[in-house]
Design a protein around this ligand. Structure first.
Ligand SMILES: Cc1ncc(COP(=O)(O)O)c(C=O)c1O
Length: 477
């Protein structure tokens, strides 16, 4: 009998599912004897314990029974009364689900098979030494972990380490009581939405902007307004006269175009928020990586009105699979943020938080950031040199002074030609992404976001060569 394991979850659970399906669809009839566990294990190339566990699970569920000394047999199962679960479409049960279903999630799709050089955003710098150090710290943290529910704001040791780090590196004068540990920026934005935004409230986003924030706020029911950005960041004068509830910005490194918000704009934005009593979300996602200058202190460091929610993440500095970040919340709302987090999940995982506290306190974190920064600098140079030589005259590059990606505007490429370029590159093993999905309204120019963190210098050299070939083949003459 052919049994197909579906590859999801533990092996014994996969085998139990496959056997259950065979009983339901009649391939295994009642009274049939299942192969001996040793034979089944050999046939499926799994351990005998896996088979024994799967048989035992089915026995408990009543699908099979064991006869001592004889084997395991399929029981009398009323297949008609227990059909396999069929999933029928269900109308959206809530407005939230209706809004969520309307969101285009294609932007989150990975490039897929056949992509040898993927210039995907959000890829971390992979460094085996980081994983060795992290594994060691994690093991030690596990040994000493408090098994009780953690504080829902996050482990005090991590909040203390972060308060010190933020004061030193970002100029943010905060106390551990104003910090909430979250599972990344995305959860931070979710908390902000719950605490500060009602359904149908207006929220201003940079145009273009970070899609993660847009999707969360859209699903929450906010009405979104795009505000243009230029070389000084968000154009504050273009914020609506009637204040939105929230303004979301990336002042250190505008996502995705790369501008640093000037001091004058920062002050103007804070004045706007203070006079209209609206809130500002500062998404400080990659300020650690700058190549030409020091980062300006965070917006929160200039805030005298308690209006700024500062969100940071370890997704860029370490890796996104960690799912760890932090929110520096307004002092007057600290309790509300912590209680909302408590209702959400009773606090984040203790061991990872304890490990992170130690990683920061013993200097490992900043050591890695320095090392990753020099790796990124070298990678960025290859990309910039590649664009200048391989795609000369075809692209305008912006936003290269910081972060992990650059924006390449394509000269003379309309949307169709840009899509054709992405497709041609894909057939040659190069993964590219259009900037268009990062806009609320289609942009006037076509452009690409080229992430370079996840590829080595050698790989980037090859990627740039392919990029140049594809661009030259498709560039209008
Ligand atoms: C602008 C911006 N903010 C935040 C993040 C990180 O989000 P998270 O912390 O949820 O992984 C990213 C990741 O790509 C980003 O581009």
């Amino acid at each position: 009998m052919q049994l197909t394991m579906d590859g999801h979850g533990a092996r014994h659970a996969q085998l139990a599912r496959a056997l259950r399906a065979a009983i339901h669809d009649g391939r295994l009839r009642s009274g049939a004897r299942l192969p001996a566990s040793r034979d089944m294990a050999m046939q499926l190339r799994v351990s005998r314990n896996t088979v024994i566990a799967a048989y035992e699970q089915l026995r408990v569920e009543g699908y099979v029974h064991a006869r001592v000394g004889s084997g395991t047999y399929v029981s009398e199962v009323d297949v008609a009364r227990s059909p396999p679960v069929r999933v029928a479409p269900v109308a959206a049960p809530t407005r939230f689900v209706a809004r969520m279903r309307a969101i285009d999630f294609r932007i989150l799709r990975r490039s897929g098979d056949g992509i040898r050089w993927d210039m995907q955003l959000g890829e971390p710098v992979t460094d085996p030494a980081l994983f060795t150090a992290w594994r060691r710290t994690l093991a030690r943290a596990a040994l000493y972990a408090d098994p009780r529910y953690p504080h829902s704001a996050g482990l005090p040791a991590l909040r203390e380490a972060l308060a010190e780090y933020l004061a030193r590196r970002r100029g943010v004068d905060t106390s551990p009581n104003e910090i909430v540990i979250v599972s990344g920026t995305q959860q931070g934005i979710g908390l902000v939405a719950r605490v500060l935004v009602e359904e149908r409230d207006r929220v201003a986003l940079e145009e273009p902007h970070y899609f993660g924030a847009r999707m969360a706020l859209q699903a929450h029911g906010a009405r979104l307004s795009g505000v243009p950005v230029d070389a000084d960041g968000l154009v504050v004068e273009r914020l609506p006269a009637r204040a939105p509830r929230l303004v979301c910005v990336t002042p250190a490194h505008q996502f995705p175009l790369g501008a640093t918000m000037s001091l004058a704009r920062r002050q103007a934005l804070l004045d706007y928020a203070a006079s209209r009593r609206c809130w500002i979300v500062e998404d400080d996602y990659d300020s650690e990586f700058r190549y030409d200058s020091q980062p300006l202190p965070a917006l929160r460091s200039l805030d005298r009105g308690d209006r700024v929610i500062h969100i940071g993440t370890f997704s860029k500095t370490l890796f996104p699979g960690l799912r760890l970040g932090y929110v520096v919340v307004p002092r007057g709302l600290a309790r509300d943020f912590v209680t909302t987090k408590l209702l959400h999940d009773f606090g984040g995982p203790t061991i990872e938080q304890a490990a992170m506290a130690r990683f920061i306190a013993d200097g490992s974190f900043e050591r890695h950031v320095r090392k990753a920064g020099s790796a990124l600098r070298a990678r960025r140079e290859v990309v910039l040199a590649g664009l200048a030589t391989q795609a000369a005259g075809c692209v305008d590059v912006v936003g290269a002074h910081a972060g992990m990606h650059v924006t390449a505007w394509l000269r003379g490429f309309d949307r169709e030609r840009c899509d054709a370029l992405i497709e041609l590159a894909r057939t040659r093993g190069l993964g590219l992404q259009s900037i268009a999905p990062h806009y609320l309204r289609p942009p006037r120019r076509s452009g690409l976001l080229l992430g370079y963190a996840g590829l080595s210098v050698r790989e980037l050299e090859a990627a740039m060569e392919i990029f140049g070939q594809c661009v030259r083949e498709l560039a209008p003459r």
